[in-house]
Design a protein. Sequence first.
Length: 217
Amino acid sequence: MVGPASLPLREYLLTLRRGMHLDGAAVVGVPRKLVRAALVVAGTVGLRLAPAALDMLERGSTADPAPFARLLGRTPRPVAAFIAPHEARSVRDEAALAVAVPVLRGAISALWLWSAWVSAFIYPHAQSLALLDALGLHGRVAWAALWAGVAVDIGCGVAMWHRPARRLLYGLQAVVVLAYTALVSWAQPAFWTHPFGPLAKNLPILAAILLLRAVDR
């Protein structure tokens, strides 16, 4: 199955960008020797990227479009006609989400895991316990609450990559963020006026979690 004209990959992708009403993109050429070296490295770590795949790319993959046209009963559409003008915005938005959602998911996951690491190993436990003391938690109960919070942070960060649990997890994360915000606001309301915004930053984080819940499938 081939189109009416052969195109190098870069022109194919740039044509699709134009169909989405996007500007052109910078194209960086990679030396073939570097690509072949990367294939060797990939093979040593178990990735199935055979040098033959590069040979196929270098030869190109083209064919006479006439047989496919007879099968279709018409001339195949050129790449420039893949995206109808009235679909440009929706296709562009879908393409942007395909890139943005994994990045945002990774950032939120990293935030949860970093919070767990900081709470467990970096931030002074005495200050964490002082905050819990202001909430009425003391002694073993306070220690249990501290490590429970670390466990929740780790669970939220790791579970981000478990697809079946994702939508339920986003709702749980939103509840946890709201609970953290409410408890800290009660114990340390001054954090709302801190110049680094330790509590105010929860607002865009909450918005990002709710956005992921709406669009991450």
